[in-house]
Design a protein around this ligand. Structure first.
Ligand SMILES: [Zn+2]
Length: 435
């Protein structure tokens, strides 16, 4: 496919952008429009977009999600964590099946496309169904096989067998050659998975060049428990187990909110990535003093996520970007902390980098993952600073067009199959919550 975006606003100046196949191949005021016949076999697949009244930004990378949990939106809110898990979420999750996870993930992908996200890093059950949903939605995903062993040897053996079988099946599946799908090893957390299994999974990931996605230090309580049980903090324990050594920059630690200086240093030494989930942390009362400057300065790749919809209630990365920036300014008492230019880098380029993808910026040679915002949207009036307006003023309704890997997945704020996806989500939630 060839896409030519004519006269669009980029970094405060009007320019044109040429996309061929999967990448941005030209940017410039005098770029000539593709001529009919120039691209053999693609005449019907050439799209010219009038960029007047539109501005371009890279799309978002949502680096920590539980996509199918979008079906739990608003279910059991405002209860204490353990009560909420025991009485609301875990009983309902026993009803999960392929059908529920497929449509739950389609619903999540729909919401992500509408709010400008083209890559997400997921951790949930029924990963084959999630992969099918991502494939049918046309965006990118890192699909994590998650699990627990609760320190029980039999459960550990089962988890190891299940993940091996899943990877074998994936290797023979139609998704094996997909450019949009990345399989990931995703143990739930160091307090639900034993040290032996955490290390076994790190070896499994390292042998296959896979990413390792895990919840880390989300609450102060889990850090205290780790110190009581093992005498060390969670990241020091992972380091001693050898997990960080094996995973390096393919390690993705979700949350990583309660850290000390030694843990930050170790993460930097391994060039690891962490995912800040500001809205989820605030809603669950987990904390808000995310150590952004310290992590960045230590060489850690800091990315942004929403977490699942049962704790963040939406998957809107634009909203998460604003919360992240305001939190840094607020707790540090410094209005210069986390400027808009840094917020968009964390929310976009850093996430793609963690996934090993050359995307997240509008420049020649990068993957064509970009979005167009409508400058007539109230958040851009007046347009004194387009980036500032995008991060601090606009809502995702301002996003008009989304391109993923050189393919248009939303235009005029319209996504294919939107009606069907909403209807099916309403159908499967009856199976999930009412048994
Ligand atoms: Zn999570």
């Amino acid at each position: 496919m060839v896409i030519f975006i004519k006269d669009v606003l980029l970094n405060g100046e009007k320019t044109s952008i040429l996309i061929e196949n999967e990448s941005i191949t030209g940017i410039g005021k005098n770029l000539s429009m593709p001529v009919s016949g120039t691209y053999p076999d693609s005449d019907n697949d050439t799209k010219i977009i009038d960029g007047n009244g539109l501005a371009v930004f890279p799309t978002f990378a949502n680096m920590h999600t539980h996509a199918a949990m979008t079906l739990f939106r608003g279910y059991g809110d405002d209860h204490p964590l353990q009560e909420w898990l025991n009485q609301w979420i875990w009983p309902a999750e026993r009803n999960l099946d392929d059908d529920i996870v497929y449509w739950g993930t389609r619903l999540a992908c729909l919401e992500m496309i509408k709010s400008g996200t083209t890559l997400f890093n997921d951790m949930y059950f029924f990963p084959e169904a999630a992969m099918r949903a991502v494939h049918d939605s046309g965006i990118r995903a890192m699909i994590g096989f998650t699990g627990f062993d609760f320190f029980n040897p039999e459960s550990a053996d089962k988890l190891k067998k299940d993940i091996s079988d899943w990877y074998d099946n994936y290797s023979k599946s139609e998704f094996q050659n997909s450019k949009l799908m990345i399989p990931v090893v995703a143990p739930h957390a160091p307090y639900t998975v034993s040290g032996d299994t955490l290390l076994w999974l790190a070896d499994f990931a390292a042998e296959r060049g896979m990413h390792y996605h895990i919840h880390m230090s989300e609450t102060a309580g889990e850090v205290t428990n780790s110190i009581e049980q093992y005498g060390i903090r969670p990241y020091i324990r992972l380091e001693k187990l050898g997990v960080l050594d094996r995973c390096g920059d393919r390690f993705i630690g979700a949350h990583s909110l309660h850290l000390d200086d030694d843990e930050i240093k170790i993460l930097g030494q391994h060039r690891a990535a962490v995912v800040h989930n500001p809205n989820s942390n605030l809603k669950l009362g987990s904390g808000y003093k995310f150590m952004f400057n310290e992590l960045r300065d230590a060489g850690v790749n800091v990315t942004l996520g929403t977490d699942g919809c049962s704790s963040s209630n939406n998957l809107d990365m634009l909203e998460a970007s604003k919360t992240m920036a305001l939190l840094q300014k607020g707790w540090r008492g410094d209005p210069t902390a986390m400027p808009a230019s840094e917020a968009i880098q964390v929310a976009s380029a850093n996430g793609f980098k963690a996934a090993g993808l050359n995307a997240g910026k509008i420049s020649v040679g990068t993957k064509a993952d970009l979005l167009l915002v409508n400058l007539d949207n109230i958040g851009f009036v007046p347009n004194n600073d387009t980036l500032s307006n995008f991060i601090y003023a606009a809502h995702s309704e301002s996003i008009d067009t989304v391109v993923c890997n050189g393919r248009i997945v939303m235009s005029n704020h319209h996504v294919n199959d939107e009606r069907t996806i909403k209807d099916e989500a309403r159908r499967v939630v009856q199976k999930l919550l009412c048994k």
